[in-house]
Design a protein around this ligand. Structure first.
Ligand SMILES: [Fe+2]
Ligand SMILES: [Fe+2]
Length: 407
């Protein structure tokens, strides 16, 4: 018979003796197999250790060994994801820790396999194809739906009113219905039912409703992408998580109009969707090459195609007449220090790194390209606050992703 501390105790072991509290009251009897619930109760009763049958020592140890082995595997996964980044950086440390914890809880391993070198001809073939086509407008980027342009004006105009929103939304009954569905969801937590658009605007605010309308219109625009290339549910989860975390970080940094950061985070990889829709063959080659070389998809896009998804997003958002502030946050989300206004792109940049590290969906690849820390310092977000923001995002991401699924 062995005494095992509660922290070391695994469910399924059999008690070698009766367990009593400090007053001698019988809590559990000898021979009883204990489960996680009983371990929790033992902790509440203040029992520090319990006697277990000797043959169970092996079970406990094996389970402990397996957990340790799984944790090491997860740590290696996160190290691989961060291979191009200094993990000792104060902004990256809390993300690394949160990523290991979250992936351990969910069992999220990434098996990236053995590495190969990038073949020379691979680069040239793609480069000559795609950059030329996009730059010389041989590719017709999606035309903006009228409604997105109108919402852009409203979201960008500080004088816009509830009536302006209602006038635009009421022209599309399906958009109005979706807006009310979102406003009534648990994600917003209103007790009474919101049954009219004017009430939704009154409760959520003009900008929030405008942003939601833009999200609905933009996400609907990118339905029906090739399933063998990208799983839209995974892509959407990545986008929603980045939107949520950007909004929370924005509030921590006291950036005005955090709803704009939500939209920027949600649409930050929209350039990839253009790429998947109009260049599916090239995209497939690059995604496969990222898996075998250990290079990031962003690096491969830039190197091999001469154009990356942030530049594609730049062309698209100009065409869709997005406000410059949104364009700035999206176009510079991989290199915020190149922006004249680095605060918002820095927030989306760090949010993107964090949600990739935690495995809250992805937009094509797992390896994080690099960390551009310059804009981050100006935000004044403490590492502890970053950890809190990540925890809040994890709590909200499922409910919000479900909301946007099937739009
Ligand atoms: Fe990106
Ligand atoms: Fe991303």
């Amino acid at each position: 018979m062995l005494l095992v501390a509660l922290d070391q105790l695994r469910d399924g072991v059999v008690l070698g003796e009766d367990v009593r509290d400090t007053n001698g009251r019988l809590l559990l009897t000898k021979g009883q197999q204990i489960d996680a619930n009983q371990i929790r109760l033992l902790k509440i009763w203040g029992v520090p250790e319990v006697p277990i049958q000797e043959q169970d020592q092996g079970i406990a140890k094996d389970k402990g060994d397996k957990e340790e082995a799984d944790r090491l595997k997860i740590e290696r996964t996160v190290q691989t994801i961060f291979q191009h980044i200094d993990t000792a950086h104060p902004a990256i440390q809390p993300i690394f820790k949160a990523a290991v914890e979250h992936r351990c809880q969910k069992g999220l391993f990434v098996d990236l396999g053995p590495r190969q070198r990038l073949p020379e001809d691979f680069k040239l073939d793609l480069y000559n194809g795609m950059k030329t086509q996009i730059q010389f407008s041989e590719v017709h980027l999606p035309e903006s739906p009228e409604i997105i342009i109108e919402f852009n004006k409203i979201v960008d105009d500080p004088m816009s009113s509830a009536n302006d929103i209602a006038a635009v939304v009421s022209r599309s009954p399906s958009l109005a219905a979706l807006l009310l569905k979102i406003a009534n969801s648990a994600a917003y937590g209103f007790v009474s039912k919101i049954d009219t658009l004017s009430r939704a605007v009154a409760l959520l605010g003009t900008r929030e409703v405008g942003v939601l309308a833009m999200v609905i219109s933009s996400v609907q625009f990118f339905r029906d992408l090739p399933k063998d290339l990208i799983d839209m549910a995974t892509f959407l989860r990545h986008s929603v998580a980045c939107g949520l975390l950007s909004r929370i970080l924005g509030a921590q940094a006291r950036v005005p109009h955090t709803e704009r950061l939500f939209l920027a985070g949600l649409l930050h990889d929209i350039g990839r969707l253009v790429w998947y829709r109009y260049f599916p063959e090239q995209a497939k080659l690059v995604l496969n090459m990222a898996k075998t070389t250990g290079l990031s998809v962003f690096e491969l896009e830039t190197e091999c195609m001469g154009i990356n998804h942030t530049q594609i997003a730049g062309y698209l958002l100009k065409k869709w007449k997005f406000p410059e502030s949104l364009e700035n946050a999206i176009v510079y989300h991989h290199c915020p220090s190149r922006s004249h206004e680095p605060a918002e792109p820095s927030i989306v940049h760090v949010a993107d790194i964090a949600v990739n590290a935690l495995g809250l969906g992805h937009s094509g690849g797992h390896i994080i390209p690099h960390f551009d820390p310059r804009g981050w310092y100006q935000l004044g977000i403490a590492p502890g606050a970053l950890k809190t923001a990540i925890d809040q995002t994890v709590q909200q991401v499922d409910i919000m992703t479900e909301l946007f699924t099937g739009l």
